[in-house]
Design a binder for this molecule. Structure first.
Ligand SMILES: CCCCCCCC(=O)CC(=O)SCCNC(=O)CCNC(=O)[C@H](O)C(C)(C)COP(=O)(O)OP(=O)(O)OC[C@H]1O[C@@H](n2cnc3c(N)ncnc32)[C@H](O)[C@@H]1OP(=O)(O)O
Ligand SMILES: NC(=O)C1=CN([C@@H]2O[C@H](COP(=O)(O)OP(=O)(O)OC[C@H]3O[C@@H](n4cnc5c(N)ncnc54)[C@H](O)[C@@H]3O)[C@@H](O)[C@H]2O)C=CC1
Length: 731
């Protein structure tokens, strides 16, 4: 709804649709009604449009998308048109965020004023669509093509100050000011002035002459940054129309572009992702606790043990979240290097203006290096990030048990190991949990939190709350080897090496993944993170080539197929980018170059095992990389390790840079259809047999297909659980 009042001859229309003032159908109806009322009321000389509560409208109501209500008039464009055509000056008074359709209605107004801390932007591209209410045609007319292409194709949020510097915002109201009062005064002053040039559809695009070169520049950038995504490209094409066609023709091109994008599976996947990101914070452990009833502990001070690759990044996350952060490292050199890195990073953030001087000095003061466990006696929570060895981790947990306050939570950043086993050496298993960060921890958005068998509701609530304070996408999962992400990802990695054995080379596999939309292929990622990481994990599990007793078949571990190619690579000192050689070689840059030495290693291996290499199609490559991961995803759901398919998808999007426009592995499977996925898995299972158990069709997937075909992803858990809970279910 909207509220209407007239103050001192100024009509004030305030959108009132908490929490974000989205432009739902009922809001649109009421906005147009009040606009007409203001227009016809002779006592009204000007009109202010604002948002009640937290914010100016943040856009169309995303919940209405792909539903018939979104098509019900009036549309946002009708409101934009009415605002622009109004004979009385219209002023948008922006506080909070003016995003998407929200900014588009502000662009329909003759003037825009904004609070200094407000944000503006057209982020539709992140939902796989474009600004469909004239934004692609009006924004370039105010801020120029180059800026508009940048804003719309990347969907960033920008400060009011930047908006003002580009001519989008006519006045910035300083902090503490009352936006509504300022807007009313502004509106009074605007009465009687000509509105011709204030109607953006009347003016032309300032840098229209540069359209072709700008188009080429932005197309190149978006195809690199958002590989495989349709929306940024369509956005650019539609913005181009603003420079070449009339406003009305441009609008038509916008309409066509929106039509194409809304019909694409990508927009559905991205809208799914928007809600999934918010849904994961509403965690629940059925029958035990959930986000609504568990109360988190207050965490003021955190300890980080181990200042290697992960510890440093985790310490930065803690400092950014305002925690006093004690860091402990057993190796003096690593301690010095780690502290130097953290302080250096704080300085970089200051220089980049991500933090101000005061925040920088607060963070520096809050970082406290200690040289023994007693130094951790006052912390509320410890995150251990030492070598991936159960033996070492248990020793550390025993020490922490002795020195830490009884109330302190002990968490591990292990990427694979059993949290309950670590808890078992303490007297406080209810206070033990996993907090699995992804490298680089201060950059990657994901935090995979692991609840142990005995973790208390308070412990779970605390680690989830801490993730939120760190502004991470925080997903709660159960305890098993590799948890959700690494457990599933292991099959993606394993299959990639099997593909090399059978006929592919690293670049061939990576190219298929790049085409799918990944920013990097599996082998490029392996080089970036270091081939030693996987090796150490395999060594901890006794799997590596060198650990096997004489006579062990090279391609088997127990009765399972195993590819030793990754071990050979490590044993040749090819540790990845840091060694300038891994799956690829690197000559003075980070560009991966196929290396004949790797090719020879693979060819020799094939010869030794009499493998006749065959051509593997891109389709087979993609299916072999992704479907085992999906299959394992269903096992993870079946076992309750992940509560929902979107938990898995968020883990992959934010932890493994899975392309957002596919939604994630589970949503992708839903898009192509579960029956089709199952068919391929069953065929592969027949070929591969028991030595490749990751192709054994998941019970849950099989049941869903047999009984429901391709049910809505929102119904998977409900349907399966209902059946599973029946006494004779056999599931
Ligand atoms: C047929 C189609 C015709 C199309 C016509 C063309 C019109 C267009 O051009 C299309 C559009 O406007 S698309 C929308 C563009 N706007 C956006 O993408 C902004 C979305 N919101 C945000 O980024 C954050 O909420 C924001 C940054 C604003 C705030 O973040 P916070 O972290 O503070 O809050 P959240 O937790 O994200 O949000 C709180 C609750 O509000 C819900 N919500 C947010 N934006 C919404 C929106 N635009 N529509 C519907 N619900 C929305 C959000 O889901 C959350 O709900 P709960 O989880 O239930 O609490
Ligand atoms: N590197 C990665 O990509 C990821 C690693 N992890 C996990 O994080 C943990 C740490 O991994 P990284 O940081 O990569 O290892 P790292 O080898 O870079 O650092 C480990 C640090 O722990 C220190 N350390 C070892 N024992 C210690 C002890 N008893 N007391 C204090 N410090 C000790 C070492 O001196 C070293 O500086 C592992 O459990 C790993 O599985 C989790 C996610 C990603």
């Amino acid at each position: 709804m909207a509220k209407y009042s007239v103050e001192n001859e100024v009509a004030v229309i305030a959108v009132d649709n908490p929490p974000m003032n989205a432009l739902s159908h009922h809001v649109r109806k009421s906005l147009l009604k009040y606009l007409k009322e203001a227009e016809s009321d002779e006592k009204v000389t000007s009109i202010v449009l604002c948002g009640d509560g937290r914010t100016f409208p943040v856009g169309a109501d995303i919940k209405e998308f792909h539903k018939s209500v979104s098509k019900l008039g009036p549309t946002i464009l009708d409101i934009v048109d009415a605002l622009e055509k109004s004979k009385k000056p219209t002023i948008a008074a922006i506080h909070g965020n003016a995003l998407g359709g929200g900014l588009e209605i502000a662009l329909g107004c003759h003037y825009r004023i904004a609070m200094t801390n407000s944000k503006v932007g057209l982020p539709e591209v992140k939902l796989g669509i474009l600004p469909g209410a004239g934004g692609t045609q009006r924004l370039p007319r105010v801020i120029g093509l180059d800026n508009a292409m940048q804003w719309i194709a990347y969907g960033g949020h920008h400060s009011a100050g930047i908006g003002a510097s580009l001519g989008l915002i006519d006045r910035v109201v300083p902090q503490g000011g009352n936006i509504r009062e300022h807007a009313i005064l502004f509106a009074k002053a605007a009465v009687g002035k000509s509105l011709g040039q204030r109607r953006l559809s009347n003016i032309s695009v300032p840098d229209a002459a540069k359209v072709e070169s700008l188009m080429a520049k932005h197309l190149k950038e978006v195809s690199k940054k958002s590989r495989g995504a349709l929306a940024p490209i369509v956005c650019l094409q539609v913005i181009k129309s603003s420079a070449l066609l009339s406003y009305q023709e441009g609008l038509e091109s916008e309409r066509q572009g929106m039509f194409t994008l809304l019909a694409s599976s990508q927009s559905r996947a991205q809208i799914y992702s928007f809600f999934a990101e918010r849904q994961v914070s509403k965690w629940s452990v059925p029958g035990v606790t959930n986000y609504q009833n568990a109360v988190p502990m207050k965490v003021k001070a955190v300890g980080v043990v181990g200042l290697g690759t992960m510890g440093r990044g985790i310490a930065i996350c803690c400092l950014r979240a305002g925690k006093i952060t004690y860091v402990l490292e057993m190796n003096t050199k690593a301690q010095t290097a780690g502290v130097k890195y953290i302080r250096g990073y704080i300085e970089t953030m200051r220089k980049r203006k991500q933090i101000n001087d005061q925040q920088s000095s607060m963070m520096n003061n809050a970082l406290i290096p200690v040289d023994n466990y007693n130094g951790l006696k006052n912390v509320d929570l410890v995150i251990e990030a030492v070598f991936e060895s159960m033996k070492i981790k248990k020793e550390i947990f025993k020490k922490l048990e002795k020195v830490c306050k009884p109330s302190a939570i002990l968490a591990s950043n292990t990427s694979t190991l059993n949290i309950d086993e670590m808890a078992s050496v303490t007297k406080r298993p209810q206070k033990v949990a996993g907090m699995h960060f992804f490298a680089p921890a201060h950059i990657m958005m994901l935090l995979e939190n692991i609840r142990g068998e005995k973790s208390s509701p308070e412990t779970i609530a605390t680690i989830m709350d801490l993730g939120k304070q760190m502004r991470k996408t925080t997903v709660l999962v159960g305890n098993c080897h590799g948890f959700v992400g690494n457990r599933m990802f292991a099959y993606y990695t394993a299959e990639s090496s099997f593909l090399l054995e059978e006929g592919a080379y690293p670049k061939q596999v990576d190219d298929v993944l790049l085409d799918y939309g990944f920013a990097m292929g599996r082998f490029q990622v392996g080089d970036l993170s270091g081939t030693d990481i996987g090796y150490k994990i395999r060594r901890e599990r006794g799997l590596t080539h060198k650990q096997q007793p004489a006579g062990t078949p090279e391609r088997k571990r127990g009765d399972r197929r195993y590819s030793p190619l990754d071990d050979f690579l490590y044993e040749k000192g090819r540790y990845g980018l840091k060694a300038r050689k891994g799956w690829y070689k690197y000559e003075g840059s980070r560009t991966p170059i196929p290396d004949p030495e790797v090719r020879k290693m693979i060819d020799d291996f094939r010869k030794r095992h009499n493998i006749n290499p065959r051509h593997i199609s891109p389709e087979e490559t993609l299916q072999r990389m992704i479907f085992p991961l999906v299959n394992e995803g269903f096992n993870v759901l079946d076992e309750g390790i992940a509560a929902n398919p979107w938990d898995i998808d968020m883990i992959f999007q934010h932890g493994y840079a899975w392309p957002r426009h596919t939604g994630g592995p589970m949503y992708y499977a839903y898009t192509i259809g579960l029956p089709q996925v199952l068919k391929v898995i069953e065929e592969r299972w027949k070929l591969a047999g028991a030595s490749e158990p990751h192709w054994k069709p998941s019970k849950m997937l099989t049941w869903l297909v047999e009984h429901h075909g391709n049910p809505d992803i929102n119904d998977w858990i409900k349907l399966y659980k209902e059946r599973k809970s029946q006494p004779n279910s056999n599931l």
